[in-house]
Design a protein around this ligand. Structure first.
Ligand code: AMP
Ligand code: TRP
Length: 334
C-alpha cells in the first residue's frame, strides 16, 4: 500500500465542500490531483476541508450532502482510495490541535494581510468570523502535520502556502527541526477566468461566470455560447488584447490535449461562433464519463462514507505520531 512506502515525497491538498466544483477548481486543482496521483511519484493525501468550509454561512442540513458530493467529485474525477488516502479533515482532530499550536507563533498582522481574508470579509460583512481570520493557520496545520513536501493548489492559495512555509521555518528554528517546508505545484491554468468577465477569476461567488463540471450538456452549450468574447473575430491567444478568447483557448487546450497553436490553426479564418461550438463539444465529451460516474456514486452514500472512513483512519495514524513529536518538542509531554 502506498502509505507504507515512506520514500516517496508526500503530497497533500484539500478542497472545501461548499458547493459544486467549477472548471477553475478542476483545471487549477482536481485534474492535477488525479495526474499527480497516477504519476506514482508521490504518497498522496486528499481531503475534504469541512472545517474550513464552516467559515462561510452554511446550512447544517446540507453540510453532509456537500461533503459526500465533493467525495463523489473526487472519485468520479479519478482519485482512487487504493492509491491515495482520501479523508475528511474533521476526522483528524490533530490538525485543529496543531492549528492552535501554530496560532501561538503566527503574527496577527500577517493574517490581516491575507488577500483571501480581505476579500471574504468584504464579501460577507455580516459574518466576519474569527475562523475566516485564522483559516490560513488551520491550512498550515493540514500541510505540516503530514510532512508534505508538495501541495497542488490554484494561484489564490499561494499566499496561504507561503505562510505555512514561514511557520515551518519559525517553529523549526525555535524548537528544533520538526517540519518540512512545502512547495506549491501549480497547473498551466492556476487562475482560470470567469466566462462572463475575463478580468475576474472564475469563482463560485459569481455563479453566472462558472462552468460547473457536473453541468448537463445543454447547460454547458448554453454557457459557452453566452460567454463574453473580445472585439475582432480572430481566434488568437493574446492575454492583453483578447483576454476572453485567451481564457477559452486555455480551456480548450487543457481539455483536448492540443496546444494553443494547434487550436489557433484549426480555427484560422473561422470566427468565434464555430470555435465556441467546438469548445462546447470538447467540454461535454470530456466530462461525459465524469457525469456518468458521479451520477452513480452519488446514489451510493455508504460507499462514499466508507472511502472517507478508510482514508481518515490512514491519515489519523500518521497525524497521531506527528502531534506526539510536536508536543514533545514544545515541552507538553510530561
Ligand atoms: P476552493 O473552492 O476555494 O476550496 O478551491 C479549491 C481549489 O481550486 C484551490 O486549490 C483553488 O486554488 C482552486 N481554484 C479556485 N478557483 C480557481 C480558478 N478560477 N482557477 C484556478 N484554480 C482555482
Ligand atoms: N484553503 C484551500 C482552498 O480553499 C483548502 C485547503 C485547506 C487546503 N487546507 C489545505 C489546500 C491544505 C491545500 C492544503 O482551496
Amino acid at each position: 500500500m502506498l502509505l507504507t512506502n515512506m520514500k516517496k515525497p508526500i503530497l497533500i491538498s484539500g478542497i472545501q465542500p461548499t458547493g459544486r466544483l467549477h472548471l477553475g477548481n478542476y483545471l487549477g486543482a482536481l485534474k492535477n490531483f488525479v495526474e499527480l496521483q497516477n504519476s506514482g511519484k508521490y504518497q498522496c493525501y486528499f481531503f475534504v476541508a469541512d472545517y474550513h468550509s464552516l467559515t462561510e454561512d452554511f446550512d447544517p442540513n446540507q453540510k453532509s450532502e456537500q461533503i459526500l458530493n465533493l467525495t463523489a467529485d473526487y472519485l468520479a474525477a479519478g482519485l482512487d482510495p487504493k492509491k491515495s488516502a482520501i479523508f475528511l479533515q474533521s476526522r483528524v482532530p490533530q490538525s485543529t490541535e496543531l492549528a492552535w499550536i501554530l496560532g501561538a507563533i503566527t503574527p496577527f498582522g500577517e493574517l490581516g494581510r491575507m488577500t483571501q481574508f480581505k476579500d471574504k470579509s468584504g464579501a460577507q460583512k455580516e459574518n466576519v468570523n474569527v475562523g475566516l481570520f485564522t483559516y490560513p493557520v488551520l491550512m498550515a496545520a493540514d500541510i505540516l502535520l503530514y510532512d508534505a513536501g508538495v501541495v497542488p493548489v490554484g494561484e489564490d492559495q499561494l499566499q496561504h502556502l507561503e505562510l505555512a512555509r514561514t511557520l515551518a521555518r519559525k517553529f523549526n528554528s525555535k524548537f528544533g527541526q520538526t517540519f518540512v517546508e512545502s512547495k506549491a505545484l501549480l497547473t498551466a491554468t492556476p487562475r482560470l477566468m470567469s466566462l462572463d468577465d475575463p478580468t475576474k477569476k472564475m469563482s463560485k461567488s459569481s455563479p453566472a461566470g462558472c462552468l460547473f463540471i457536473d453541468d448537463e450538456p445543454a447547460e454547458i452549450e448554453k454557457k459557452i455560447k453566452a460567454a463574453v468574447t473580445d472585439s475582432g473575430s480572430e481566434v488568437k491567444y493574446d492575454e492583453q488584447n483578447k483576454p476572453a478568447i485567451s481564457n477559452l483557448l486555455m480551456i480548450y487546450g487543457e481539455l483536448s490535449g492540443k496546444s494553443v497553436g494547434e487550436i489557433e490553426k484549426k480555427f484560422s479564418g473561422k470566427g468565434y461562433a464555430e470555435f465556441k461550438k467546438s469548445l462546447a463539444k470538447t467540454v461535454v465529451e470530456y466530462f461525459a464519463d465524469f457525469r456518468k460516474q458521479k451520477t452513480s456514486l452519488i446514489k451510493k452514500p455508504a460507499t462514499l462514507k466508507k472511502v472517507l472512513r478508510l482514508g481518515s483512519g490512514q491519515a489519523h495514524a500518521i497525524a497521531k505520531k506527528k502531534i506526539h513529536e510536536i508536543k514533545n518538542k514544545i515541552g507538553l509531554l510530561i
